[in-house]
Design a protein. Structure first.
Length: 473
């Protein structure tokens, strides 16, 4: 994989090499003294336009530039500040805008002869050094999101668990106060990561149980924020084989490691931004393949936590590797644990492509996450999690089943209930939430972003850690 992210230029003087995106007389438009082979302007009613809509308009302009292969984009810093919405909450909104500009510039074109990504983004005009420092931090966030998207978009023949580990080591080695620990198959057996190993046993590729640590707080004793990400480099469904055909999503199953990439992108961003927090990412990486060694429906496996798990469906594999990872996270005495995964298609039925599903019994936390998500354009929406969902996962032959024994719908909620079981040993004040990102896994036309991964909700995760860290000072 090669990096396809734009170079950022800061300059007081305008350079005609760049096509400027400017705000003039109620319109967003391109401006350049050179002849452009395209015209594009968007009329905006500044009295009714929301900030979210303004960001979408900026994204649309950048996609148009890419469409016509103009890969050098400029922004007049002072001109953008004239947009009415930015005058009241200038720094807060500019931070989000800068991140969004970097995200919009990305396209997955690593394997293409004809590139589609923006090569350079220039910011012209007078900008205070303090403001530039803040904006550079947001650019780092955008770059980290794009790095996660690059991993997610990469096909499984190019990104095995071992390839993923190598990329993690490469990227994290450049940052201070970071470390990587990897358990191979033998070490995983010693630590009783039996669910994790069971999912991978049908594959000839080796599993990797990765732990990335960034200890940026003033004390290593400060409780860490833990992010657990589902890392299935390809999901066939196992012996409960996924269907093929035009309506099938099996061609997207190289993206079933989205959770692991999002968790890694989060810790990478926090380390690069030098946030004063302790953060850990736990990334169980496997492949759910089919062979004579594959786990079978009806098997019973003892988890890392010690619970026996009935395998009701081999295509409910993500929750199995997350279960061992969530149980393992207990040892870190965490302040919070967020697990993130592409788990259930039913969340997309419930929410469409409009929000990421989030599950927790902590109503205060859910409200906080919803507010943060809205503020950084990473919308989330709570779905139910109750005792009825826990009861649906009970099984007469084992402590718990990975699939409802009697199907009553609500699969995303029963999946969350299954995961909750493996958080039982956390201390009372530990915040836990499960994020199912199926709804916002890939871009849709309304997002005005390149095809492929969206990289949500990394911005939400980063903002959450920043806010909690500031409050604890």
């Amino acid at each position: 994989m090669t990096e396809t992210f734009p170079k950022i230029i800061w300059s007081r003087k305008y350079d005609s090499k760049y096509v400027n995106i400017v705000w003039k007389k109620g319109k967003l438009k391109f401006e350049n003294p050179l002849y452009l082979p395209f015209e594009k302007e968007i009329v905006i009613n500044s009295k009714t336009c929301t900030f979210d809509q303004f960001v979408l308009h900026i994204r649309q302009m950048i996609q148009t530039a890419k469409q016509f292969k103009y890969f050098y984009i400029g922004f007049d810093y002072e001109n953008i500040l004239n947009f009415p919405l930015l005058k009241n909450q200038k720094i807060q909104m500019l931070r989000i805008l800068f991140t969004q500009i970097v995200i919009s510039s990305y396209s997955f074109d690593t394997l293409k002869k004809n590139k589609e990504s923006i090569k350079e983004i220039a910011f012209f005009g007078k900008i205070l050094k303090t403001e530039q420092k803040v904006m550079e931090s947001e650019i780092i966030l955008g770059e980290s999101i794009n790095q996660a998207r690059e991993l997610i978009n990469t096909s499984s023949n190019r990104l095995s668990a071992e390839n993923f580990t190598a990329k993690v080591r490469e990227l994290i080695s450049k940052e201070d106060k970071c470390s990587v620990e990897v358990f191979d198959e033998n070490e995983a057996k010693k630590r009783n990561f039996n669910l994790f190993l069971a999912v991978n046993q049908g594959s000839h590729r080796k599993p990797q149980f990765i732990t990335v640590k960034y200890f940026g707080a003033t004390s290593e004793k400060r409780k860490p924020f833990v992010f657990v990400g589902k890392g299935v480099t390809f999901d066939t469904g196992g012996l409960n084989l996924k269907p093929s055909g035009a309506a099938s999503l099996i061609t997207m199953m190289h993206m079933d490691m989205t959770g692991a990439a999002l968790a890694f992108g989060t810790i990478l961003a926090l380390a690069k931004m030098k946030v004063k927090a302790n953060v850990i990412a736990v990334l169980p990486m496997v492949e759910n393949a089919i062979s004579d060694k594959s786990i079978r429906p009806g098997d019973i496996v003892t988890s890392h936590k010690g619970d026996s798990v009935y395998i009701g469906n081999t295509d409910a594999e993500g929750r199995l590797i997350l279960a061992d990872a969530l149980s393992y996270a207990t040892k870190f005495n965490p302040a919070s644990v967020f697990d993130v995964a592409t788990l259930c298609g039913s969340t997309r039925i419930a929410l469409g492509t409009f929000a990421t599903a989030v599950f927790s019994r902590n109503e205060t936390l859910l409200s906080e996450l919803k507010n943060i998500g809205s503020s950084v354009l990473n919308p989330v929406w709570p779905l139910p999690l109750g005792d009825e969902h826990v009861n649906a996962m009970k099984h007469p032959l084992a402590d718990i089943s990975n699939m409802q024994r009697m199907y009553n719908g609500g699969q995303s909620s029963t999946a969350a209930a299954f995961l909750e079981n493996f958080t039982k040993k956390y201390k009372k004040n530990t915040e836990w939430a499960h994020f199912d990102v199926v709804s916002r896994r890939v871009s849709s036309p309304k997002d005005f972003l390149a095809q492929g991964s969206l990289g949500e909700p990394i911005s939400l995760f980063v903002k959450y850690v920043q806010q909690k860290t500031q409050r604890s000072k």
